[in-house]
Write a protein that binds this ligand. Sequence first.
Ligand SMILES: Nc1nc2c(c(=O)[nH]1)N[C@H]1C(S)=C(S)[C@@H](COP(=O)(O)O)O[C@H]1N2
Ligand SMILES: [Mo]
Length: 259
Amino acid sequence: MSRALIDRRRALSIGVAGFGGLLVSGCDSVVRAPAARNFLRSAEALSFGTQRALLSGQRMAREFSPEQMSPVFRSNGSVNPQNPDYVALRDSNFAGYRLVVDGLVGSPQALSLPQLMMMPRRAQITRHDCVEGWSAIGKWAGVPLHEVLNRANILTTARFIVFECFDLKPASGGMAPYYESIDLLDAFHPQTILAYSMNDAPLPVAHGAPLRLRVERQLGYKQAKYIKRITAVASLDGIFGGRGGYWEDVTGYEWYAGI
Ligand SMILES: Nc1nc2c(c(=O)[nH]1)N[C@H]1C(S)=C(S)[C@@H](COP(=O)(O)O)O[C@H]1N2
Ligand SMILES: [Mo]
């Protein structure tokens, strides 16, 4: 039996015996014990029931067959980031890459590409629609975002997931990273994945290597490429321009870009 349970039992039996004062100090020692801290932390993590509700009953984006894949899938926006931190990672074939998962999580993560590739994998052939008026059908494979959020013990206080990218773009007050955000409904959607593969090959630099978001019920600009960090937050206020995404901040594009 774990130390925490033993401590809880002892505290409960002392409580039953009527030693009120001792019960309080018993609780204090439970909270200080490392095992109990983990217990309390997991109790604050999104419950199984909540996660099931977020994962099920949602509309799925259409999926296509291999014959329907576009012969050419153009790249758009940043296609070859030049900032030194990205270039150094790219030149070592992303060996030193770590996906940071932080914010409102019980267990912050720094995941290497091999670690991500060992997690459950999902592949899907979907259509990408850019607001600039082009579409392409491609195959994406990666780890479902909910797997990563669960591994980090996402807390019940989280409402949005923010994706910070490596590439810098012109913004008010200088250069700022490209970034995007989605709510928990999309974050836990079965087709929302962190893709490291495109069309059965490693994700090319032009398409966001080493890791890019696929959130299939929304437009192209939500599909953050070059993901550096994932942060769970309660509000988008005060995050970069506060509108939940680079284009949302700069051009006033809609935050929810449903197709
Ligand atoms: N980091 C980052 N992600 C990004 C962009 C970008 O400039 N930087 N452009 C967005 C836009 S507008 C589109 S249409 C898609 C293009 O993805 P693709 O290059 O794989 O076609 O990436 C999106 N994600
Ligand atoms: Mo786009």
